[in-house]
Design a protein around this ligand. Sequence first.
Ligand code: SF4
Length: 264
Amino acid sequence: MPEPSRAQLIHIDVDRRLGHEWDEWNGKPLPNQGNYDSPPSLFFTWSAGTLVALLAAATLLIFLLAPRLALLHPAVPRTLWTALAVVAAGAVLWWALLALAFAFRRPLLPERLAERGPFLGLMGLTSRLAARFGRRDWVENASVKVYNRLALMRKRKVGEGELLVLIPRCLSKATLDGVLGIAGKYDVPVFVATRGQLARRVIRERRPRAVVAVACERDMVSGLHDVAGKIPVLGLTMTLPAGPCKDALLDLPKLEEWVRSYLV
Ligand code: SF4
């Protein structure tokens, strides 16, 4: 591994402070040693459930309000039912195109209608539903996999100095060394972002044209929601064998592959 001499590491914070995403952690070992690897189909199952739940809630609301709305004007309930039918048809069509794009690795939707648009909202809502059933981390792992494949399909390239690697403060020493080695090899700056807000500030100030971000599933989904709409991002999730926010491991060959995919 070459010396990471040219990599710029901007901040290191090695304290064991939990990210707020893990506030409710009870201190027990994480399931499967903090490895939430899940098939992408899990996202499609849960996101379909989320859409059905949203449409069912809207249906119930209109059903309950219809008698009162009809007093305003008899056409109001009918208009709302028609609008709901149009929205439902649009949502089903969009979701189906997303699934087909994923399955056949074809960019069937423009970025603003897929991974840099409503997909980010659906990912967040799906996480909330999964959290209610104690499946958040697994579903988020699957969501990030789907997001990454959609993003990689664009085959985006950036010039020298236009790529940034964002890492959290919780990487193990060996993993951090590996990240710096890769960053040095490709001359890419690395930032340690201790909180989501800092990550956003780094992006605002450095203005990269693409980012490879590393985080746990929880931090990744909220980070993608905030940033991916503004700038192309690939998100690499980690394994947490020592619990949240400490000694995290990641797939270094994949990190290198993604850095190369933006540069070469
Ligand atoms: S990325 Fe690391 S430090 Fe940040 S919340 Fe996740 S486990 Fe904690």
